[in-house]
Design a protein around this ligand. Structure first.
Ligand code: UT7
Length: 331
């Protein structure tokens, strides 16, 4: 038998109905559509509203639609991995809750937290289970209810994030498609610039932590911006060079959607024209673990078997990296 590769064989996404526009946000904090569009490139973001709704609800919607689209029964799934920074609760894993909600009973499941690189690190992890030969159908879900940790009184954070989820199916193939290579990095020293101050074991919740608004995202924008541009551009160019990919032979850049300026700087370093870069930040903002699968969901019909894709991310940790994948099917 030929060498096994791990291929993406299906994709689905979900965004909640409610749309928070820049105009509405400008009535909540001192900002403007002009500032947000020119500094970040976001016009609107979807938010999950309603009592008792968490990340797993969006993840479950994405997985249900993935199973339907691919004609897969929940019983066939061997493993479900959820990547998230906003789990329904500290434990159990949101992956287990999603599995329960969609009726996946013959699988094991767990969460991964790698900041905005969660889905990328999840692709690496999911593919290893496929390559082991033991697992045939692995679901990878990226889902975040970022609105649960965004301070809507803070103008430096509130425009950036949105809620959403996406799910992909990984299956083995002996064809020359699927994940070809990965370059993944972390630098824990970067945590000082982007983190959540309270709520974990280091600083459990108290009245004081709530009064000090320490359960929201803390971000120093500029150092994160600089590290993100360098991290994403360096690793994407390294991947291109390693595989002799050029701006002609690379079909798509699939970049994390944190800031339009970070995406265009990365594409520029790769010498890629805008029509080869997937961008939907304008509609969804930064959905953290949702950005990569939501891009694939939207671009699926344009993707052709054998297309060369580079996924590239940067996030809290710091975490960053690139994955080179050959697309496995025509829609
Ligand atoms: O995905 C996880 C990784 N995260 C990222 O990749 C995010 C990286 N960082 C960024 O994308 C950008 O740094 C931000 C979008 C967060 C901020 O943009 P910036 O161009 O770096 O702005 P800044 O923080 O340097 O602030 C510039 C000015 C400040 O005013 P002063 O001090 O110059 O008077 C801010 O107070 O812009 C002000 N400002 C705003 N003004 C209007 C900050 N937020 C806003 C706002 N509306 N929403």
């Amino acid at each position: 038998m030929g060498k096994i590769n791990a291929a993406i064989t299906g994709i689905a996404g979900y965004v909640p109905d409610y749309i928070l526009t820049n105009d509405e946000l400008s009535r909540m904090v001192d900002t403007s559509d002009e500032w947000i569009m020119s500094r970040i490139g976001i016009k609107e973001r979807h938010l999950l509203k309603g009592e008792g709704k968490g990340t797993s609800d969006m993840g479950a919607e994405a997985v249900k639609s993935l199973l339907e689209k691919t004609g897969t029964s929940p019983d066939e799934i061997d493993l479900l991995i959820c990547t998230t920074v906003t789990p329904d609760m500290q434990f159990p894993a949101t992956a287990n809750i999603i599995s329960d909600k969609v009726g996946i009973k013959n699988a094991f499941s767990f969460d991964i937290n790698a900041g905005c690189s969660g889905f990328l690190f999840g692709m690496s992890t999911a593919s290893k289970f496929i390559l082991s030969g033991k697992y045939k159908k692995v679901v990878l879900v990226g889902a975040d209810k970022m609105s649960s940790i965004v301070d809507y009184e803070d103008r430096s954070i509130s425009p950036i994030f949105g809620d959403g989820a996406g799910a992909v199916l990984f299956e083995p193939t002996t064809e020359d498609v699927g994940i070809i290579d990965e370059i993944l990095h972390v630098d824990g020293a970067g945590r000082k610039h982007l983190h959540q101050k309270a709520g974990g074991s280091l600083k459990p919740p108290t009245h004081e932590t709530i009064d000090a608004r320490e359960h929201y995202i803390y971000q120093e924008g500029q150092p994160v911006f600089k590290a993100a541009v360098k991290g994403m551009a360096d690793v994407s160019v390294e991947m291109m060079e390693k595989h002799n990919l050029t701006s002609d032979t690379l079909t798509w850049l699939v970049p994390h959607q944190a800031n339009l300026r970070i995406i265009t700087a990365t594409a520029h370093r790769m010498n890629l024209p805008p029509e080869k870069v997937m961008i939907n930040i304008e509609k969804y903002g930064n959905t953290t673990d949702g950005t990569l699968p939501l891009l694939l969901w939207e671009w699926e019909k344009k993707l052709k078997k054998g297309d060369h894709l580079i996924f590239s991310t940067f996030g809290a940790g710091f975490t960053w990296g690139a994955i080179y994948l050959k697309w496995a099917y025509n829609s």
